[in-house]
Design a binder for this molecule. Structure first.
Ligand code: ZN
Length: 321
């Protein structure tokens, strides 16, 4: 079997199935997996919830627990949850006590999840990188180590396999030079990670259907949609070397690239790959909807050789400040 453009052409998009209507979910469509054997991959479900931004204000901890409760009520249950980063409101700027409080509130919700969880790092999960931070570089909360040790199983990027599918969780956050404007980070898959990714995909092979998870998106049109087509996007809003990563992945059977960061629901299909930005559990940082987007998460059903995905508004009502 060849893996040139004819393989890409075979990844055609199908009409939404009925399962999502029955589950009260809104369907975003489906994509076929590149497998000739429909029985090669058994059915399973997983959930992507991102941009949780746990905080004590505006009910941001109760909202997180409400979201977890709704995930636990899904029928059928997911095999696992993937969080998409920005698990807490912010570690880039605040002091140690505030960072500890936000992680504690995040943990209190996460421990109620009835299924295993895989975490992705977001920019706001990194301690002290903002030029405004007073956190010392020697503090245990500084940088990415706290995330890696407590949430990343010892790393900020890794992969795992599940029922015939391959999942890659990327670290899309680079440290900006001290003299650059902004919050101390930019979007990038760094050289060491690209080397690892190349090896990981070679081991996985060109047949295995694969899902990539990243906090900062590869592509987005949200800013141009909302602010005009000539809007210039900063280097913190996108993976700056996304094209290099896309080319590295192109020979492989990547079906879906999940992201967060923009707090919008957005689906972009490019060259046979679906790029899905999954909205935000916190909506507009618990202040209410952003661009009228609901507080939500995404449910993905891997059914035999196809994916179905839909968003789930878990019913949070924003509180008055
Ligand atoms: Zn973010």
């Amino acid at each position: 079997m060849s893996h040139d453009s004819s393989s890409l052409a075979r990844r055609r998009f199908l009409q939404a199935g009925g399962a999502f209507a029955a589950a009260g979910l809104v369907n975003w469509g489906a994509a076929t997996a590149r497998s000739d054997d429909p029985m090669a991959t058994p059915s399973f479900r997983f959930v992507h919830l991102t941009d949780i931004h746990t905080q004590p204000e505006l009910g941001g901890a109760e909202g997180w627990r409400q979201c977890v409760e709704r995930v636990n009520q899904l029928d059928p249950q997911p095999d696992f949850v993937i969080t998409g980063g920005d698990l807490i409101m912010d570690a880039l700027v605040p002091d140690a006590d505030r960072i500890d409080l936000e992680w504690k509130l995040f943990d209190e919700g996460a421990k109620e999840l009835a299924v295993p969880v895989h975490h992705t790092i977001g920019n706001h999960d990194i301690g002290g990188w903002s030029p405004k931070s007073k956190l010392s570089t020697g503090d245990a909360r500084f940088g990415k180590d706290l995330f890696a040790d407590h949430y990343g199983r010892g790393a900020t990027y890794r992969s795992f396999d599940h029922k015939g599918w391959h999942f890659v969780i990327l670290d899309s956050i680079g440290k900006a030079d001290a003299n650059e404007p902004g919050s101390g980070y930019f979007g990038v898959i760094d050289e060491a990670q690209l080397d690892w990714l190349r090896g990981d995909m070679e081991k996985t092979g060109r047949e295995t259907p694969t899902v990539i998870v990243t906090h900062i998106p590869f592509f987005t049109t949200v800013f141009q949609t909302m602010s005009g087509p000539q809007t210039v996007i900063g280097n913190g809003s996108l993976i700056t070397n996304a094209n290099e990563v896309r080319k590295l992945l192109e020979p492989y059977n990547v079906q879906l690239v999940l992201s967060g960061h923009g707090h919008n629901r957005e689906r972009i299909d490019i060259r046979g790959v679906t790029y899905l930005q999954s909205g935000a559990v916190s909506g507009g940082w618990w202040r209410g909807r952003l661009f009228d987007e609901p507080e939500c998460f995404v449910v993905i059903d891997c059914q035999a050789n196809r994916l179905d995905f839909g968003y789930h508004d878990y019913g949070w009502k924003a509180r008055k400040a």
